[in-house]
Design a protein around this ligand. Structure first.
Ligand code: BGC
Length: 400
């Protein structure tokens, strides 16, 4: 059978999700509260895709299409509803998810924190609290009880975006209108929070290594910044604040999760806003499938060559043909990086399902559409296309 000879035989082909965006009724989480405190500005997650109950169906669709991996998360707010009080039933629920994935031939890639936390953690001050690292470590210790045979564990999803969101939350609490919605202005990630997240990650890596045999890492939102001539100094400063703090924090890990969607230029005034264009995606981002190649090369260099796993890459579009075109082009850039000797272990598409895009249901990133009234799932052509690529060892002309 033909296959891309540059890819490893155990290359992971899959799709990614996060708990709050698909499970529904994450009542005890800080995000649920934020949604309801900002009614009119943020849409609520509500029942989301009801994947808390329908995860088996979701996983089966991925496996039947030909994928061999599924990235999903464990929701801290469910597992530890009150400080120090752990739910055996919720841990058993996530253990069933791991077993279901394995039973279907999907390698589980498990995320321990994907933007959301328990309300009580937020009330303590969240990631700004002096107790944050200890609180997170205690949760990770407990979760390790269900991870003994899991191979891939991501500690914290996009710590750089989490550090940025913490700054936004603080600004919103002070009444600053960040114009959430179509045109969000992104503040630079908060450096103190970022350093706390690095410490939390290092502690979690230690715990996971001690208690499981998993490969452990975290996932960074790659900015794929490109300097305009003469802007090298500001570019270097912004690159540190936006991503390299987190790449340095990953050195020595078993892998880095690379999450890439777009690329932006840096000029003497900073990150250049994306001009309006009919080519922009539903999230207002520039259509840049080449960003994945930039991201892989930069992540490889900045982490001093730890293995890379693409844990998110995708496009918000209502046109599934465009999703296939974007993904095919992004994969060509991934193959280019692999051909140069960069160690890439897999490609997990964002996202398995059309889901809750953090206060907004309009952007559709999914390989599978979800009817939000009946929760019926409708796989899109992109799912069978990506499954066909997986079955054919990465050959892009393949059709399922
Ligand atoms: C996050 C996802 C999000 C996606 C698209 C990443 O920032 O990890 O939760 O839905 O990108 O915006």
């Amino acid at each position: 059978m033909s296959r891309n000879p540059d890819l490893r035989h155990d290359f992971l082909w899959g799709a990614s999700t996060s708990p709050h965006q698909i499970e529904g009724n994450n009542l005890n989480s800080d995000w649920w509260r934020t949604e309801h405190q900002n009614e009119g500005r943020l849409e609520p997650s509500g029942d989301a895709c009801d994947s808390y109950h329908r995860y088996g169906e979701d996983m089966r669709l991925l496996a039947d299409a030909g994928l061999n991996a599924y990235r999903f998360g464990i929701e801290w707010a469910r597992v530890e509803p009150e400080p120090g009080e752990f739910s055996r039933a919720e841990l058993a629920h996530y253990r069933r998810m791991i077993d279901t994935a394995r039973g279907l031939g999907l390698e589980p890639v498990v995320t321990l924190h994907h933007f959301t936390g328990p309300r009580w953690f937020a009330d303590e001050g969240g990631w700004a609290s002096p107790t944050a690292v200890d609180r997170f470590t205690a949760y990770v210790e407990r979760v390790c009880g269900i991870l003994h045979d899991v191979t891939w564990v991501c500690t914290i999803n996009e710590p750089n975006i989490l550090a940025m969101m913490s700054g936004m939350a603080a600004a919103m609490a002070q009444g600053v209108d960040l114009n959430l919605g179509a045109d969000v202005r992104m503040p630079t990630p908060d450096q103190d929070i970022g350093e706390t997240l690095v410490r939390a990650h290092r502690a979690a890596v230690g715990v996971v290594r001690e208690r499981t045999s998993a490969k452990v890492g975290w996932t960074v939102a790659q900015q794929s910044l490109v300097p305009a001539p003469g802007s090298e100094k500001i570019y270097a400063d912004l690159r540190w604040a936006w991503e390299d703090l987190y790449h340095h924090g990953a050195r020595g890990d078993d892998f880095l999760g690379v999450q890439s969607y777009t690329s932006q230029t840096v000029d003497e005034n900073g990150i250049v806003p994306v001009p309006q264009s009919p080519d922009n995606t539903q999230t207002g981002w520039a259509y840049r499938p080449d960003a994945l190649g930039i991201a892989l090369r930069h992540a490889w260099e900045a982490t001093e060559g730890i293995p890379l796993l693409v844990t998110e890459n995708g496009i918000a579009t209502s046109d599934d043909t465009r999703r296939i075109a974007y993904t095919a082009e992004a994969l060509r850039h991934l193959y280019g990086a692999v051909a140069e000797g960069i160690d890439v272990r897999g490609y997990l598409h964002w996202s398995a399902l059309d889901n809750f895009e953090w206060g907004n249901w309009a952007p559709t990133f999914g390989l599978i559409a979800v009817d939000r009234e009946t929760f019926g799932r409708t796989p899109k052509p992109s799912l069978s296309w990506l499954g066909g690529v997986a079955r054919n060892g990465g050959i892009l002309e393949a059709r399922a």
